[in-house]
Design a protein around this ligand. Structure first.
Ligand code: FES
Length: 314
């Protein structure tokens, strides 16, 4: 993919437009999808697509530069127009509900605005009822301000600046305290915001609540303790049994046994390592799968097993 435009969108935030090197059509995506971008030397990062899914010639991502981060944001901020980058096809762990939803409530924190932009384009096309609360530290750190201004004026986007003190920002707990039938809520933002939102949606049916994480959540001590328990994985196709020792990940154990497992974040939030299982009782420690998905799928990079054996389909 060739980078065609690099735009400073706000303090520390840059957007990048990507097109196929041959100028051809790109694989389609649905709002809320992300791509993996390879940034060299084994560095792969996930970025939500922030463009309109109806545009099949361009992808747009936006990235907050994090000087204390693990290096991905600094690497992509060094990219200039004309450079080329390798990417994956889009994957969506954060899809919009369909026409059964009567209202879509979007809550974005900081760079969590990116998937919301593709959602807004689609919701406008559908003539759906929606409202976005966009929370940032300050006006200067609010990306896509000009693009969103007409929607701010139309009352569909509400900006909140907290000056760095979440107590002065949007009261998410109050906003989500009550559920109204037909409403769906979508939340993407920093860890603190996600925790508050998760704690606040008790009244909402799980299928009406949609979260997109862009970092791993910390494991509870109970979840972390499963690392000490070894288990076995059986490959349904071959019958081969692979031992997963204590403190060794399932992905490493399978790779050591010669199986190729595609991974990206290795922390249970990108969806790349999704695997079907047919027997066993996995300990799910990801933030991707819904309760229904967990009956048949497991995110191998973070999972352990309650049962002695997990039978997987790879
Ligand atoms: S590699 Fe990202 S969820 Fe497993």
């Amino acid at each position: 993919m060739r980078i065609t435009d690099v735009i400073d969108e706000a303090e520390g935030i840059r957007s990048f437009r990507l097109q196929a090197e041959n100028g051809g059509e790109l694989p389609p995506f649905t709002p809320g999808a992300h791509i993996n971008i390879r940034l060299g030397a084994g560095l792969v990062r996930q970025y939500s697509l922030a463009g309109d899914s109806a545009d099949n010639g361009t992808y747009r991502v936006a990235v907050l530069r994090e000087d204390q981060g693990r290096g991905g944001s600094k690497a992509i901020h060094a990219v200039v127009a004309g450079d080329t980058l390798g990417i994956s096809t889009p994957r969506n762990n954060f899809p919009l509900a369909g026409f059964e939803a009567s209202f879509h409530l979007l809550i974005a924190g900081g760079i969590g605005i990116t998937p919301m932009l593709s959602m807004i384009a689609e919701l406008e096309r559908r003539k759906a009822e929606w409202l976005l609360h966009y929370c940032t530290r300050s006006r200067e750190r609010t990306a896509f301000r000009e693009e969103l201004q007409p929607l701010v004026e139309a009352g569909k986007v509400v900006l909140h600046h907290d000056g760095g003190d979440p107590a002065k920002g949007l009261d998410i707990a109050a906003l989500l305290a009550e559920y109204q039938p037909g409403h769906h809520v979508y939340v993407c933002g920093p860890k603190g915001m996600m925790q508050i939102a998760k704690a606040a949606v008790g009244a909402w049916p799980p299928h009406c609540v949609h979260f997109e994480h862009f970092a791993a959540t910390e494991l509870t001590s109970e979840d972390a303790a499963w690392d000490k328990k070894p288990f076995k994985i059986k490959i349904a196709r071959t019958g081969q049994v692979v031992n997963v020792p204590a403190r060794v990940g399932a992905v490493d154990a399978l790779r050591n046994a010669g199986y190729e497992i595609e991974t990206s974040c290795l922390e249970g939030y990108c969806g790349t390592c999704i695997t079907r299982y047919t027997e066993g009782d996995p300990v799910h420690r990801d933030t991707v799968l819904s309760a229904a998905d967990r009956k048949s799928y497991v995110m191998l990079c973070r999972a352990r097993s309650r049962s002695r054996m997990l039978v997987i389909d790879i």
